[in-house]
Design a protein around this ligand. Structure first.
Ligand SMILES: [Mn+2]
Length: 257
């Protein structure tokens, strides 16, 4: 992505890849037939990245990816704060299709398994129609802080992220960014588009607004290049990952190398 994104961040005034070293770890090999085995493979390979002292950044792929990653992250750091930018809660139960594990359920399992610190899930960009009034109940029962896309428009993303940052304080934080949080006008290349979402500028600011936090991992999921137009969505995804890398650079103490 270096051809798309130069390395100096003008907002933070930091040369991101002068401060941190990044490596493309390639693809995680997973079974195409056995989802449980795929989750175990993902968890093991992310655990290896964490064990090497690196901060994993994952590019999906569907959002079911986040559960095994969070299992590995919590195994190292304990329960973490999670910033979840998405149109959807992703706390569905198995009642719809009879399957407990899919791209609509990773946050439900992460909460149930205690991978997320008490009161430290922040869901930003939520909107669209629900199955029923009960859709919000699971998160409410776990003290989830929900910021709708309308609230972002009304209050401003910078103010919202300042509050999130203050509540997270020194906790380790994992960022899971579903590209469908962004309005389909700015990110058409995704499987479950919902009108009324974040602008690309708000999306970038949602990550930039975490400056100073202890980021221990990130994923960027649900990009579907086959549904994209003129690489709009892929370019935004690359810039969102760059914003995440900039968060690491801000806290890096390593010399360039
Ligand atoms: Mn999602």
């Amino acid at each position: 992505m270096s051809a798309l994104v130069q390395t100096f961040h003008p907002g933070h005034r930091v040369d991101v890849f002068g401060r941190i070293r990044g490596v493309d770890g390639g693809n995680i090999a997973v079974s195409p037939f056995d989802a449980a085995a795929a989750r175990e493979s993902i968890q093991a390979q992310v655990a290896a990245v964490l064990g090497a002292g690196a901060v994993p950044f994952l590019v999906g792929g569907d959002h079911s990816l986040s559960l095994p990653v969070l299992r590995a992250v919590a195994a190292k750091h304990g329960p973490v704060a999670v910033v979840h930018v998405d149109a959807h809660f992703d706390t569905s139960g198995p009642e719809v299709w009879g399957e407990a594990y899919h791209h609509g359920t990773p946050l439900r399992h992460a909460l149930s398994e205690g991978l997320i610190a008490e009161g430290q899930l922040y869901q930003i960009g939520i909107r669209g129609a629900w199955g029923s009034a009960e859709d919000a109940a699971f998160g409410e029962g776990h003290g989830v802080k929900v910021v709708s896309a309308d609230a972002v428009a009304a209050q401003g993303i910078d103010r919202i992220m300042a509050e999130v940052r203050q509540r997270i304080a020194a906790r380790p934080v994992y960022l899971t960014f579903d590209i469908d949080a962004v309005d389909p006008a700015f990110a058409p290349g995704t499987g479950t588009p919902v009108p009324g979402g974040l602008t690309s500028r708000e999306a970038l600011s949602s990550v930039r607004g975490l400056a100073g936090v202890d980021l221990v991992g990130m994923d960027l999921v649900e990009v579907a290049p086959n549904l994209d137009h003129a690489d709009i969505t892929s370019h935004l995804a690359a810039y969102l990952l760059f914003e995440g890398a900039a968060l690491l650079a801000l806290r890096a103490h390593l010399p360039a190398g």
